[in-house]
Structure formats: structure tokens, C-alpha cells
Design a binder for this molecule. Sequence first.
Ligand SMILES: *[C@@H]1O[C@H](CO)[C@@H](O)[C@H](O)[C@H]1NC(C)=O
Length: 75
Amino acid sequence: MKFFEAILASMLAFSVAVAAPVPDAIPPTPQCGGKYWQGPTTCTRDHYVCFKFNDNYSECIHETRVPQWSVGKPQ
Ligand SMILES: *[C@@H]1O[C@H](CO)[C@@H](O)[C@H](O)[C@H]1NC(C)=O
């Protein structure tokens, strides 16, 4: 039983460590572009693309979430 508890405790510790916020890795907003945007214009997360919603606003979204109406349109 003690061994099992130790495994459980280390798993819990690991998940807490993974869930802890990493301030600079993921920006507070997913915005990646826009008229007055001063922040990063690239998406660092895998499979995320910078999608331009309009001239004022671009946002990092998952590549599978790119709206169909935009497919084939230059961005
Ligand atoms: C972008 O912002 C400007 C004002 O800065 C506004 O006049 C314009 O309509 C906006 N364009 C879009 C697509 O929201």
C-alpha cells in the first residue's frame, strides 16, 4: 500500500507542476496581430496559426478551427 501511495503522490505532484502557470510561454490573450497590436505576431503553440479576423485583429487559433469561409482566401 505504501508503494502505491508513493506512486499516487508523485503523480499528483507531477500534474500540479505541469498545471502551474508559465507566465511567458502563453500570452494572456491569443492575439497575434492587429492595427495597434504591439505583441508577438507568431503562435508558439504547435498546430496553432495566426488567423486574421479583420484588419484590426488577428488571433492564434488551432489549425483545425480556421473558419471554412477563409479557406483559400489570402490572409
Ligand atoms: C478597425 O478600427 C478602426 C478604428 O481604429 C475602425 O474604423 C474600423 O472600422 C475597424 N475595422 C474593422 C474591420 O473592425
